[in-house]
Write a protein that binds this ligand. Structure first.
Ligand code: SF4
Length: 382
C-alpha cells in the first residue's frame, strides 16, 4: 500500500514518519481477514470466488473472538474485515467491537450494498476506524461488473450514510481494462461527495481474477493510470482538499513515485526514499497477513495456494513466527531469492520484488520477477 497523497504533500517529516511507521516491517502484521466467503454480488474480478450462500466450516463467533484475543496478544495493529462481504455475518459488529476493545484498529471492507442508515450507526458504534466501499466506476459499468442492477446506488448511499455520521470512508477501485476508463469518474465522486479516501488497486491474478487476467492493463496503460492518480492527488493538495489517496497491489508504485519526485524535488525524493526503505517494499508474509474464511493463514489475501496453519488449531502468532516453514522463512528474507529483473534492480530494497502470487501465476515460479512491473530498464538502471 502506497500513501500517495501523504508522500506527495508538504506535510512535515514527522507526519510522514507516523504514517510510514504504522505499517513498518518491525511491527506485527496488519491482517486481512476474509471473515466469510458469502457475498450477494458476482464481481468478475473477485479473488475469493464468493457466492451468496452459507459456507460450511466458517469460524463460529466464539472461535472468532478467540482469534481476536490471540491477534491482540501478538500486537496486531489492525484487522481489515473483508470477505465475501463481512456484513453477511450477523455477528460482525460484535467481532469489530471486540477488536477495538482489545486495542486493534477494526477496518471494514464491504460492497456497501447492505448498509442502511441504521447499519452505518451500528458500524460506528462498534468502533470501526475506516469503511472501504468497492466500486468499479459509474452506475452502468459498476452494476454490470458487479452483477447486480442497483448496486452502484446502494454503495453510493452507503458512502453517504457513513460519511454523514462521521465515519472515515473511502472508495476502493480495482484497475483493469474494463474499469480504467472510469478512473476520472471515481476521482470526481471523491471530490463531489466529499469522500476522504480513495484506494486504487492493481489487478492480482488469482481466484476468479485468473479468468480476468487478460483484462490487466498493459505497462503503458498502467503508467498512464498511475500518472493520472499522482496528478489528481497533487491537484487535491493544491486545492487544499484533505484526501488520502492510496495505491495497492503493486510495490513498483513506490519506485515510480520516488523517480517522479527526483525530477522535480530531489530533497523530498530523498525523504520519501528513506520512508519507503523503512517499509521495505512488498510485505506479504511479513507485515501483511491473511486469514481465510475457514481459518487458514496465508501470506496475503491473494495467495491462497499456500497455508501456514489454521487459527482453529494454533494461535496466529505461533503460526506467523514459525520460520521452520520454508516459505515463511523465505518471505521474511527474500532478497537474493527473486530472479529476473528484480535480482538486478537497484530499487529492490524499497519494492521487495512486488507480488509473488502474480509471478507464480504468470510463470509457475514464485521467485520470478513480478510481470506487472511497469518501470523501464532505463529507469531501473538495469
Ligand atoms: S524490477 Fe522488481 S524490484 Fe525493481 S521495481 Fe520492478 S518489481 Fe520492483
Amino acid at each position: 500500500m502506497l500513501s500517495v497523497s501523504k508522500l506527495l504533500s508538504d506535510s512535515p517529516l514527522k507526519e510522514k514518519q507516523t504514517e510510514s511507521a504504522r505499517y513498518c516491517r518491525a511491527q506485527s502484521p496488519v491482517i486481512v481477514w476474509n471473515i466469510t466467503k458469502s457475498c450477494a454480488l458476482h464481481c468478475v474480478h473477485c479473488y475469493n470466488n464468493s457466492e451468496e450462500k452459507i459456507y460450511p466450516g466458517e469460524l463460529s463467533t466464539e472461535e472468532c473472538l478467540r482469534v481476536i484475543h490471540h491477534l491482540s496478544e501478538f500486537k496486531v495493529p489492525a484487522i481489515i474485515f473483508s470477505g465475501g462481504d463481512p456484513l453477511q455475518r450477523p455477528d460482525i459488529f460484535t467481532l469489530m467491537a471486540c477488536a477495538k476493545d482489545k486495542g486493534i484498529r477494526p477496518i471494514l471492507s464491504t460492497s456497501g450494498i447492505s448498509i442502511a442508515k441504521e447499519t452505518a450507526r451500528r458500524i460506528k458504534k462498534s468502533g470501526v476506524a475506516y469503511v472501504g466501499i468497492s466500486l468499479d466506476g459509474g452506475e452502468t459499468i459498476n452494476d454490470r461488473l458487479r452483477g447486480m442492477k442497483g448496486a452502484f446506488q446502494k454503495a453510493l448511499d452507503a458512502l453517504k450514510f457513513c460519511r454523514d455520521i462521521g465515519l472515515v470512508t473511502g472508495v476502493r477501485f480495482t484497475m483493469s481494462k474494463k474499469t480504467i476508463a472510469e478512473l476520472p469518474a471515481i476521482f470526481e465522486l471523491i471530490e463531489k461527495e466529499n469522500i476522504p479516501r480513495g484506494y486504487f488497486a492493481h489487478l492480482v491474478y488469482s481466484g476468479r481474477g485468473e479468468r480476468f487476467s487478460r483484462e490487466d492493463l498493459t505497462k503503458e496503460e498502467t503508467r498512464k493510470a498511475i500518472d493520472y492518480i499522482f496528478d489528481r492527488s497533487e491537484e487535491f493538495i493544491k486545492k487544499g482538499l484533505k484526501k488520502d489517496i492510496v495505491t495497492g497491489s503493486n510495490d513498483a508504485d513506490g519506485v515510480y513515485l520516488y523517480l517522479r519526485l527526483k525530477k522535480c524535488n530531489p530533497a523530498k525524493a530523498q525523504l520519501v526514499f528513506g520512508l519507503l526503505l523503512g517499509r521495505g517494499g512488498n510485505s506479504s508474509g511479513v507485515s501483511l497477513g491473511n486469514i481465510d474464511n475457514l481459518g487458514s493463514v496465508h501470506a496475503d489475501q491473494f495467495w491462497q495456494q499456500y497455508s501456514f496453519g489454521n487459527v482453529k488449531d494454533k494461535p496466529f502468532g505461533k503460526i506467523w513466527s514459525d520460520t521452520s516453514n520454508t516459505l515463511m522463512k523465505a518471505l521474511k528474507h527474500r532478497k537474493g531469492l527473486i530472479n529476473g529483473r528484480c535480482s538486478k534492480c537497484k530499487y529492490f530494497d524499497i519494492c521487495g520484488g512486488s507480488y509473488r502470487v502474480r509471478a507464480e501465476f504468470s510463470t509457475g515460479d514464485k521467485w520470478a520477477e513480478d510481470p506487472a512491473c511497469y518501470l523501464t530498464d532505463e529507469e531501473l538502471e538495469l
